[in-house]
Design a protein around this ligand. Structure first.
Ligand code: AMP
Length: 316
């Protein structure tokens, strides 16, 4: 399987992270996932003396969000009071929707990525009916929700510049490890305690030295022309999506907006868009260097980090 090659970061066991952390968020709300007798055999250790996690290891709080086959809950590890987000997936749904490979990839890839702008996956466990992913809790929610709260659904250039720099940094790290995220969009960008980007949802990600792929996946508005047209592609698809995200941050709209998906695909494959005049020339220049039809001519993550508009707004 192409995602099994070495990602050279060693996973840090949750118990170690817990021991070195003082995250102390109060947890409120009702228990939405019920414990079973099986789960009650909680605080077990394996032969190596490592903690074996089960649902009974956590107090479960409010639902943070969810999609078609996963729900995410705020949770607190009982012994340490360490706050996490618990992503719960039903095995029968995964099977029904043939998502086994996607879930294996998500866990295998995310567990090995350790970067300040990437949401940590600490551990996972499962019981008879569900798979549980123990994730870093992102207390400030998603960038998408924050964008919706802004006047005209736009960020200032200063805020957008900092976010784009942090996403580019996370992508640079992913790409250096031969990981392509393939679903960069505001809904998959969460915010940490200091409002820093936490790239999340590696459900569509892929890892492997073979750099050219052709599987169609991701979210239409953010898809690159090579993906839309079913061509082979590489990590540059994430840079196209970053260009679309940057455009959306600054204008409140996606560049290839259309009432139907056929129209969106047509516009994407032509790569034709216009940037409103209120966007600064430097920001326009970055967008125009990312939303480029030819992947080899598209800026890479280092190019983004060195772009004058990013250097102007980047905090560190
Ligand atoms: P997902 O199914 O992973 O896309 O998550 C759906 C929603 O749940 C996200 O858009 C967030 O609002 C919320 N969410 C997911 N993971 C976390 C997390 N680690 N911390 C806080 N909120 C989260």
């Amino acid at each position: 399987m192409d995602n099994e090659a070495n990602l050279d970061n060693k996973r840090v066991p949750l118990q170690e992270i817990v021991a070195n952390s003082d995250n102390n968020v109060e947890i409120r709300g009702s228990c939405a996932v019920t414990e079973t007798n099986e789960n009650a055999k909680s605080m077990r250790t394996n032969r190596a003396g490592e903690r074996v996690w089960s649902l009974a290891s956590f107090d479960i709080g409010r639902r943070l969000g969810g999609g078609s086959f996963a729900n995410v809950f705020l949770a607190r590890e009982k012994k340490s009071k360490f706050i996490v987000a618990l992503k719960v997936l039903l095995k029968k749904d995964i099977k029904q929707k043939n998502l086994e490979l996607q879930v294996i990839r998500e866990i295998d890839i995310q567990a090995h990525l350790i970067h300040p702008n990437i949401l940590r996956l600490y551990e996972y466990f499962h019981d008879e009916s569900r798979i549980y992913m123990i994730l870093e809790f992102a207390p400030k929610g998603s960038v998408y929700s924050k964008l919706l709260e802004c006047p005209n659904k736009r960020f200032s250039e200063g805020v957008a510049g900092v976010y784009v720099a942090q996403i580019a940094d996370a992508l640079h790290y992913c790409h250096s490890k031969k990981v392509i995220h393939r679903d960069i969009k505001p809904g998959n960008l969460l915010l940490g305690q200091n409002e820093e980007i936490k790239l999340a949802d590696f459900g569509w990600s892929v890892h492997g030295p073979s750099s050219r792929r052709s599987t169609q996946c991701g979210t239409l508005d953010y898809l690159s022309p090579e993906v839309v047209l079913g061509k082979t592609y590489n990590e540059k698809v994430d840079l196209w999506s970053l260009g679309v995200v940057c455009y959306e941050f600054l204008t409140g709209k996606t560049p290839f907006d259309c009432s139907n998906s056929h129209g969106i695909c047509k516009k994407i494959s032509k790569g034709q868009f216009s940037v409103p005049s209120f966007v600064s020339n430097e920001a326009k220049d970055l967008i125009r260097k990312l939303i480029v039809l030819e992947p080899d001519s598209r800026l890479d993550s280092i190019g983004v980090l060195e772009h004058p508009w990013i250097l102007k707004h980047k905090t560190s």
